[in-house]
Design a binder for this molecule. Structure first.
Ligand SMILES: [Zn+2]
Length: 608
């Protein structure tokens, strides 16, 4: 007896045999039982998911001679004829090779006659989208008013190529790819029944390769059953390495190890694994595509709430992927994806795929940890808060084109961890030194006594004015404010601002002598740069609101610098310009973040 391939041997003959597609099976069964079967049905879906199989079972059920409700019976004459493929009342047409109007005319002629033995004439057209427009038009009229004794069943992998006029006259069934677990169980059942041993990993690789198509999976299984060697007892055993060798596939565990090494920047380990993979005879282009798919999977793990539903992978793989995804930021994963996508593209045209792949890993191992700008800014705020330093960080501040042209910054190092101490001091020569001892912070307490004795009052002693907790939403009580109140509450005010705008508090710390003149609160700064920034409309507005809320009185603010007052340093002399540039908050922020230092400041034309 000739060998029957698995796909034919295991072709479902009843609704119960169908692998996956439960909702459709149920609908069809109900339609049969309730005698509500449409005269034109269209099954769509990717190859090998059971479109024509379902159509054939449907045909059997319609013509089954059994009196039982459970159809098809598979024992009556009609059922057996259909199974054997010689039923006269079932006409199967391959749309790809019979696509012209002539074939459709013949078909129409044929269905005019009543069925010979069965109850109905059934026409199955596979790959129906291949029919010509004329052929479709010839079909239209028949579909509109099909004879009582005729049923049409169409199957297609490309439903979008079927004219809408045809679609609208059919009952449509969209078959899904068969899920990982369903396929695994089915294939394991076949292996047992065929008395072939198969390792779990080998089975998993085959299922993954089948990609939801039962037929693809079955032919792979066929291939493996033929290839695998027999063990001592004479039973065929499919091992992992067999699958790797025959299909050029890789165990997912390899991707996990490889991805982890790349994320850790461990290039040596990456190259080692690549070498091992290469020696296994893996198809590198395929490998690179799978790797890209793996990183897509990591991204899904990172972002999706139900990654298991989006990724068709085995449970233990999903766990490993979740763990891996948790160890990297979304941004890093995206970077990796980009690198591997570029790598996969390059590999397609590479004459030396192995070298191309290795270079992709060189790039990947340099991705490192990427951090979103917002998080960076947050860390920076924490950094400043922790150091109590003097780095004025200004949100939304930009260095103008002119300034950047004139600026040379050298950076080294990486992003410091939370709370790392790397305060930049501002020295007279305007050379910023990194990571030295923290600058002396002009803390309020340490200020030389001003005209009035400075004391930092305990919070609970603030009794002489009816200040409820600022911003508590209570009614605003306007009280008379005195200079001594301002001085006394200055530190508390800075804390209050710090809770709302950390950078602003940092800048305010640089103001050592807030002064109240009437209803005007005067902030004076040594450095014109600080003054400029706070004076910006939005910043000034925010600060004014803070001051009004905190001091519970209608205030207006004035911000100036000593330099402004004395008329010196309008920022035009080279020295002043350098001074201002070095004090640029953005420069300071960047210097701090990258643990770098300003090695030189050139003003004037770039080429000078
Ligand atoms: Zn039957």
């Amino acid at each position: 007896m000739s060998y029957l391939v698995l796909a034919r041997k295991w072709r479902p003959q009843t609704f119960n045999d169908v692998v996956g597609q439960q909702p459709i099976v149920r609908t069809l069964l109900n339609a049969i039982r309730r005698k509500r079967v449409a005269h034109a049905m269209l099954f769509s879906g990717v190859r090998g998911v059971g479109k024509t199989t379902l159509a054939r079972i449907m045909a059997k059920a319609l013509n089954c001679q059994s009196e039982d409700a459970d159809v098809p019976c598979n024992v009556c004459k009609s059922c057996q004829e259909i199974t054997a493929g010689n039923a006269v009342d079932l006409k199967e047409i391959d749309g790809a090779s019979n696509r012209g109007i002539q074939e459709i005319r013949e078909l129409k002629e044929n269905i005019r006659f009543f069925p010979t033995s069965g109850r109905f004439k059934i026409v199955i057209i596979d790959e129906v989208h291949m029919l010509t427009n004329e052929a479709f038009n010839a079909l239209l009229k028949t579909l509109e008013e099909p004879p009582e004794h005729v049923y049409f069943m169409f199957a297609t992998t490309e439903i979008h190529k079927v004219p809408i006029t045809i679609l609208s006259r059919c009952q449509r069934y969209e078959l899904k790819r068969v899920g990982f677990d369903t396929l695994s169980e089915f294939f394991a059942r076949i292996a047992t029944s065929e008395q072939v041993g198969i390792s779990p990993t080998a089975l998993e690789m085959i299922v993954r390769e089948a990609d939801g198509s039962v037929r693809d999976g079955l032919s792979l299984l066929d291939q493996m059953f033929s290839f695998a060697a027999e063990d001592a007892s004479g039973a065929v055993q499919v091992k992992d390495e067999d699958v790797v060798q025959v299909l050029g596939l890789v165990d997912r565990q390899v991707f996990v190890t490889l991805a982890r090494a790349a994320m850790n920047g461990d290039l040596a380990r990456c190259l080692e694994i690549l070498e091992e993979t290469y020696l296994l005879g893996v198809d590198l282009k395929r490998f690179s595509d799978d790797l890209l798919g793996f990183f897509r999977g990591l991204m899904v793990c990172k972002t999706s709430r139900e990654p298991g539903q989006l990724l068709d992978v085995a449970a233990h793989d999903l766990d490993a992927m979740m763990e891996l995804a948790a160890s990297a930021s979304k941004e890093s994963l995206y970077q990796f994806f980009q690198v591997f996508m570029q790598g996969a593209e390059e590999l397609r045209h590479a004459s030396q795929p192995r070298l191309a792949l290795e270079m992709t890993f060189v790039r990947a191992s340099q991705v490192g940890q990427v951090m979103p700008a917002a998080e960076l800014a947050q860390r920076l705020d924490k950094l400043i808060a922790a150091s109590g330093g003097v780095v004025p960080v200004l949100q939304g501040q930009t260095i103008t084109q002119k300034k950047t042209e004139n600026l040379e910054l050298a950076f080294r190092g990486s992003v410091p961890a939370d709370g790392a101490n790397g305060v930049v001091t501002r020295e007279p020569e305007q050379v910023l030194t990194p990571a030295g001892p923290p600058a002396v912070v002009p803390q309020y307490d340490e200020l030389p006594p001003g005209p009035e004795k400075i004391e930092k009052p305990p919070a609970d002693q603030r009794v002489d004015e009816p200040v409820s907790s600022p911003g508590s939403g209570g009614r605003k009580v306007v009280v008379e404010l005195h200079q001594r109140h301002v001085i006394r509450d200055w530190a508390s005010f800075i804390d209050y601002v710090k809770e709302r705008k950390a950078w602003m508090a940092q800048t305010l710390r640089l103001c050592d002598n807030p002064k109240l003149e009437g209803d005007k609160l005067l902030f004076r700064f040594d450095n014109p740069a600080d003054c400029t920034l706070l004076s910006q409309h939005d910043n000034l507005k925010a600060l004014t609101t803070f001051a009004q809320d905190f001091f519970q009185t209608e205030l207006c603010l004035e911000i100036c610098s000593i330099a402004c007052e004395t008329g010196e340093g309008d920022g035009t002399s080279p020295r002043e310009e350098r001074r201002a540039l070095a004090a640029e908050p953005l420069v300071q922020m960047v210097t701090e973040i990258f643990d770098g230092k300003v090695v030189g400041i050139r003003t004037g034309p770039k080429f000078r």
